[in-house]
Design a protein around this ligand. Structure first.
Ligand code: TYD
Ligand code: MG
Length: 452
């Protein structure tokens, strides 16, 4: 019997060691190194009978390279197409990561059911019956969708050879295992080997492959970092599980920009594409309410109007509470300090709660001004007109700073019927006769004169 070959892998970053050690020298994590059995096969190939002909690639002049192979498959889903950069490139490998229960399986099953191409959906997590039950809720048709429950890559490839699908979906990469490696499914060496086999299959047959990947507690894709380097595109599906909105972004894309964003709404019958998110994120209210302000933000390439809610109340305990949902708590403290110092508000004895509605998290600094406006409005208990919106960053000395792509924000606000937008005086705006009133301000004190 051949000697069993083992090696040690860091379960956090995938670094390989000959011996066990307490700390990983590459990522500095403790107790992450585990022994895994590996067995190098003579030849690992995705085909069952290894009939691969040796192809030697030759250098070609760049303008002689044929790019017609890079044809894209239309995924029948506007949001996904946009995030992928116009559809899925043939022979590409895409990894979709996201928290458990966020809707990764739902999204890909829904797409598999809609596609007019022959699609093979391989699941290592659910049975065919379970998938069928879910499919009936989403879309009872789906004539081109084949479901396979299998976790061994060699068996999957055997079925692929007989079904000959145009696109393959794997749910999830962590459940797969290959005969060539002895360690258990989900281990670093298994994930690496299965991905390598899938890449070989995708490239040799020009079939696009979509993989679902689990993520770790801190939001990274589980498995070796190298997995993200191996695939062509890494998509992230995120959102708050208690809310209905889900955002799809590209963290890496070899065939398009990473600035695009897809927005979905989780419904009883699957995920619905949201093409006009601003109209949904802003709640319909009859009267004006204090503490609510609307920010004209940009997520990726898309303008998005977002509602910010603040509640300022007298602190019951000695240390006032500050809490922010969907917004950086440190930044909230900074804005409060600026308000205190520059605009003379005594917020030190007040509790401040901030919430971005819709369960989304915003990084765009242009939301600062809306946060300040919401806080001021709640503190003074005065209502802000519902047709005001804000787009500017607030600096440490209370100056209102310009933001990028302000014209796009103004146009979106105008389209949605806002009457006034507050932006920085230092933004260069060359719009011809906008219908919306553009209120230029340069200091935080200026804002108080408008809203209080
Ligand atoms: P799922 O796709 O199983 O999540 P993941 O694969 O990312 O772990 O999504 C599960 C959640 O989605 C589940 O909590 C129920 C919800 N859901 C709906 O709200 N509507 C639907 O039509 C479906 C299929 C699921
Ligand atoms: Mg799932």
């Amino acid at each position: 019997m051949a000697k069993v070959k083992t090696t040690f892998f860091c379960q956090n970053c995938g670094a390989q060691y000959a011996k066990w050690q307490g700390q990983c020298t590459s990522c500095k994590e403790w107790n992450t190194i585990a022994e895994e059995v590996i067995q190098k096969p003579e030849k690992s190939s995705w085909k069952t009978q290894s009939s691969t002909t040796k192809r030697v690639s030759k250098p070609l002049k760049i303008n002689e390279i044929d790019t017609s192979q890079e044809a894209r498959l239309n995924m029948q889903d506007e949001e996904l197409n946009r995030v992928l950069g116009g559809g899925m490139v043939n022979g590409s490998l895409t990894l979709l990561g996201g928290e458990p229960g966020i809707g990764k399986s739902t999204l890909l099953l829904q797409i598999a059911l809609k596609l007019p191409y022959k699609t093979l959906y391989v699941s290592g997590e659910e049975s065919q019956k379970q998938i069928k039950m879910r499919a009936q809720r989403i879309n009872p048709n789906g004539e081109n969708c084949y479901i396979l429950t299998e976790t061994k890559t060699q068996n999957i490839f055997k079925q692929i050879e007989s079904v000959e699908p145009d696109i393959v979906i794997i749910d999830s990469i962590q459940t797969l295992h290959s005969d060539y490696i002895e360690s258990s499914a989900g281990s670093i060496s298994q994930i690496k080997e299965c991905t390598t086999e899938l890449i070989k299959f995708a490239k040799e047959t020009s079939t696009p492959v979509l993989l679902i990947g689990h993520i770790t507690k801190d939001g990274h894709i589980a498995g070796p970092k190298i997995l993200e380097h191996m695939v062509d595109t890494v998509l992230q599906f995120e959102g708050d599980r208690n809310h209905v909105f889900r955002i799809l972004r590209a963290n890496k894309n070899r065939f398009g920009s990473t600035n695009e964003l897809g927005i979905y709404e989780m419904q009883g019958s699957g995920l619905r594409e949201v093409s006009n998110p601003s109209e949904i994120l802003i709640s319909e209210k009859d009267g004006e309410l204090s503490g609510n302000a609307i920010a004209a933000t940009i997520e990726g390439m898309r303008p998005l109007m977002i509602e910010v809610q603040a509640l300022v109340s007298t602190a019951v305990y000695g240390t006032p509470q500050r809490s922010a949902t969907g917004f950086n708590a440190k930044r909230l403290n900074m804005l409060l300090a600026v308000l205190e110092k520059r605009a003379g508000f005594r917020l030190g004895a007040k509790d401040v709660f901030l919430n971005i509605t819709g369960g989304i998290t915003v990084d765009d600094p242009a939301i600062d001004l809306a946060v300040v406006a919401a806080i001021l409005s709640s503190n003074e208990d005065v209502d802000l007109p519902r047709d005001y919106c804000f787009a500017a960053e607030v600096g440490l000395s209370g100056e209102i700073r310009p933001v990028q792509r302000v014209e796009q924000r103004i146009l979106e606000a105008e389209k949605l019927g806002f009457s006034t937008i507050f932006v920085s005086k230092y933004n260069k705006i060359s719009l011809l006769k906008p219908k919306i009133k553009i209120q230029l301000i340069s200091r935080i004190e200026d804002l108080t004169s408008f809203i209080i």
